[in-house]
Ligand binder design. Structure first.
Ligand SMILES: CC(C)(COP(=O)(O)OP(=O)(O)OC[C@H]1O[C@@H](n2cnc3c(N)ncnc32)[C@H](O)[C@@H]1OP(=O)(O)O)[C@@H](O)C(=O)NCCC(=O)NCCS
Length: 216
């Protein structure tokens, strides 16, 4: 990975203060708290039942049973353009994506991308936390189905995820990463209080991306 240019160093031009790089690993306490605590004898692990609620949305951990929804979402043209082609062509591919992505992240970090649905159960997108080896901080990620965009739902979900990162995951700082031309994502991150933090590549041969940061 190529490190972000200027990370941790003062930048010229009176820009935002240099970010503090968190060097300690995030605590794995997603299952802590009354919402995540299970009743004695409950067969469903407490952390797996984590649920964040907002006025219009419910966020929960993804399951293999979400494969059909994931198959549709990750093949949406905007997802492919701005996030990438995940190679998910079949439901089996979608289950593989879930296992190696979000489910592996829950096991490794205690957090990950979450399923976002309206209160009536209609799935509308993904929003959550992604810890990449290439970045010191976890970043907030979001992708919504076309019919759910432009209604402020992504902002509502992301605000809940940011509070979850601080309160449940013990994170002190979050990053955001977007394609250089992803205006909706940039606007959203800025509305959520993220400040530009230079450019970054997540892989040596990967595209240059815009990096954002925010203290919690
Ligand atoms: C990025 C994404 C989640 C934003 O969802 P959304 O539903 O538009 O988000 P919101 O409704 O909360 O709006 C966020 C802001 O972006 C603005 N916005 C949306 N589309 C925009 C566009 N094409 N150009 C400029 N601003 C845009 C909205 O107007 C809003 O700002 P405002 O409240 O000042 O009007 C959605 O477009 C998406 O899923 N895109 C495909 C996947 C993706 O790119 N994910 C991000 C990867 S970093």
């Amino acid at each position: 990975m190529r490190p972000a240019r200027g990370r941790g160093k003062p930048r010229g031009g009176g820009g935002p203060p240099a970010p503090r790089i968190r060097r300690t690993p995030p605590r794995r306490i997603i299952g802590r708290g009354p919402r995540a605590r299970g009743a004695p004898g409950d067969a469903v692990p407490a952390a797996a039942r984590l649920c964040l609620e907002t006025p219009r949305l419910r966020l929960r951990r993804l399951r293999l049973a979400d494969a059909r929804f994931i198959h549709g979402l990750v093949n949406d043209p905007a997802f492919v353009r701005f996030i990438g082609d995940r190679g998910v062509r079949t439901l089996a591919d979608a289950r593989r994506y879930l296992r190696s992505g979000p489910l592996a992240s829950y096991a490794r970090h205690g957090f990950g991308l979450y399923h976002v649905a309206l209160h009536d159960g209609t799935p509308v997108g993904l929003c959550g936390l992604v810890k990449r080896d290439a970045l010191p901080d976890a970043d907030v990620g979001f992708a919504f189905v076309p019919a759910a965009r432009g209604r402020g739902l992504a902002g509502e979900a992301a605000a809940a995820v940011i509070e979850h990162a601080r309160r449940d995951c013990g994170l002190a700082r979050l990053a955001g990463v977007t394609a250089l031309d992803n205006l909706a994502s940039m606007r959203l991150l800025e509305k959520l209080g993220f400040a530009p933090d230079g450019l970054v590549r997540l892989a040596p041969d990967g595209p240059e991306l815009r990096l954002y940061g925010r203290a919690l």
